[in-house]
Design a protein around this ligand. Structure first.
Ligand code: ADP
Ligand code: ZN
Ligand code: MG
Length: 496
């Protein structure tokens, strides 16, 4: 934190940040945007190409309808209007990452516009306007050989066109974001929605989710916006926040010195945690956009859009609402479960099996011991080998008094290790809780007989001492005695 930034102490910041994000998402279709080449990350270089995506003369692009459906699904989930007709443009530039010397993109008539995403910041909600969602094709990958990876210091550049033509959507926000932390939370929320929709794997490491951040500063409360810079190479949530924080400080420093912020594209370096100028921002006319004469306009049929809308599952925000309002889960628990699609599905299955009375127990297991186990083993819930059915039978056994909650923990551990069903584990190790009053009464008598002194203390009114006696009974039964029952019987015997 620095002196210009509002650091949650209530102190007014001198400059307010204005931030807008442009996010690229690679869609997980089987084939590329305009040809039949397979998408496959990590394949041998240049093995997923054909005359179309290599831009050979005489070839024609064909729009991938699955990609259009995925894009519409995402746009609808972001509350956008789908435009009745949209157009593909050529964005012309000369660089070896695109063999055609242009990229097919959308320009002044995008697929969808005017949406919003509500970003929950805990103490407030930031509504971020979505300017547009448009479709385009990804470029190929250039690798500049040599240690630094910078083009100026390398002997050669090698190209891989496997990625060229991969379907992409670009999601552009309004400049509504006000802090680096909001930018990070926006991206986390966006990623989660896209994962729920199952249209991309959204891997920031592998580059299927990429975000450029635009930031300018203005005096707090001012209406008009300042000059912005655009930060590239922000390939983790942490880097987005850090890169923006650095850029905030840098711009504030310039303004304080009475200098101007130049409109630039800047590169974030996570090793130094700084940004440096890449180039002056190019203008739209530099790209000589024009409608691609090989592609017809995309005309969106109302019914087709309706069909896609029906496929949208319950999204994270709605899930949290249902968990809070219908299930009565604590706020933090509801958010934690909804923050991962598979976890939410797992919990929903448990809730179905258990019914309203016991679903809180399921939520506690899933966010408690189960989460701790997954975390320790670096596993996803799907890889745990513990089905919702198995977890639920464990919960039923606890709730039904068949095992103590203490023993349940060790049963769970064994379930995780051996993948056995809880009832088998309980039978095998004879762990069932002893709730037979006759049997317990006998053991309690033994404990009372062997602990004259403590018994006397209890009788003298030292209520706490009874805990020691109950502990003795638990020890004798190796933790299997029903503690509530022991307490009841013991109290009765000692009051006589
Ligand atoms: P450009 O023409 O430079 O590409 P756009 O108007 O298309 O700029 O906006 C690109 C992104 O930058 C959007 O997310 C937008 O919200 C954001 N943006 C635009 N102007 C500013 C500004 N002055 N400060 C911060 N972000 C801005
Ligand atoms: Zn191809
Ligand atoms: Mg623009």
């Amino acid at each position: 934190m620095n002196k210009y930034m509002n650091n949650n102490t209530g102190e007014m910041a001198k400059y307010e940040a204005v931030i807008g994000l442009e996010t690229h998402v690679e869609l997980s279709t089987n084939t590329k945007m305009f040809c039949g080449c397979a998408l496959s990350f990590g394949a041998e270089p240049n093995t997923r190409t054909c005359p179309v995506c290599l831009g050979l003369p005489g070839t024609l692009p064909v729009i991938n309808s699955k990609a259009v459906q995925f894009a519409i699904k995402t746009a609808l989930a972001l509350n956008c209007s789908i435009n009745k007709s949209s157009i593909f443009h050529r964005k012309n530039y000369f660089y070896a990452d695109m063999p055609k010397n242009y990229q097919i993109s959308q320009y002044n008539r995008p697929l969808a516009s005017n949406g919003f995403l509500d970003v929950d910041m805990g103490s407030y909600v930031r509504r971020v306007g979505i300017t547009r969602v448009h479709m385009e094709e990804d470029t190929g990958k250039l690798i500049h050989t040599g240690s630094s990876g910078r083009i100026s210091e390398s002997d050669a550049s090698i190209v891989d066109y496997n990625r060229a033509g991969t379907p992409l959507i670009e999601i552009v926000t309004e400049p509504d974001i006000r802090t680096p932390a909001e930018a990070k939370e926006y991206l986390i929320a966006l990623r989660n929605i896209i994962l729920y929709l199952d249209v991309s794997d959204c891997s920031m490491e592998q580059g299927s989710l990429r975000c450029d951040a635009n930031i300018s500063l203005k005096p707090a409360g001012a209406k008009s916006m300042g000059t912005k810079t655009e930060i590239k190479n922000l390939n983790s949530f942490r880097f987005i926040q850090r890169g923006l924080e650095y850029e905030y400080k840098r711009q504030a420093g310039l303004l304080e010195e009475g200098k101007k912020v130049l409109q630039q594209t800047r590169h974030y370096d996570h090793l130094t945690d700084t940004t440096s100028a890449l180039r002056l921002k190019e203008e739209a006319h530099d790209y000589r956009y024009f409608p691609d004469p090989d592609l017809v306009p995309l005309i969106m049929d109302k019914d087709a859009v309706q069909d896609i809308k029906r496929e949208i599952p319950e999204l994270p925000g709605e899930k949290i609402k249902r968990y809070l309002e219908v299930f009565g889960l604590p706020d933090e628990t509801a958010r934690l479960i909804a923050s991962d699609k598979d976890t939410a599905q797992y919990f929903d299955r448990c809730a179905n099996i258990l019914g309203p009375g016991k679903l809180k127990a399921a939520a506690n297991w899933i966010t408690g011991d189960f989460a701790a186990y997954l975390n320790k083993e670096s596993l996803k819930i799907k890889q745990s080998g513990i089905s919702a059915e198995s977890l639920c039978s464990l919960i039923e056994m606890i709730e039904g008094g068949r095992i103590s909650s203490k023993i349940a923990k060790s049963v769970f551990e064994e379930m995780a290790q051996s993948k056995k069903e809880p009832q088998d584990i309980i039978m095998e190790h004879n762990l069932e809780q002893v709730s037979d009053e006759g049997e317990l009464s006998k053991i309690i008598d033994e404990v009372i007989a062997a602990n004259d002194e403590v018994v006397q203390q209890v009788k003298d009114g030292k209520d706490k001492a009874i805990g020691f006696l109950i502990g003795q009974v638990m020890a004798k039964t190796k933790g299997k005695a029903n503690p509530a029952l022991v307490n009841g019987i013991m109290s009765k015997k000692l009051k006589k």
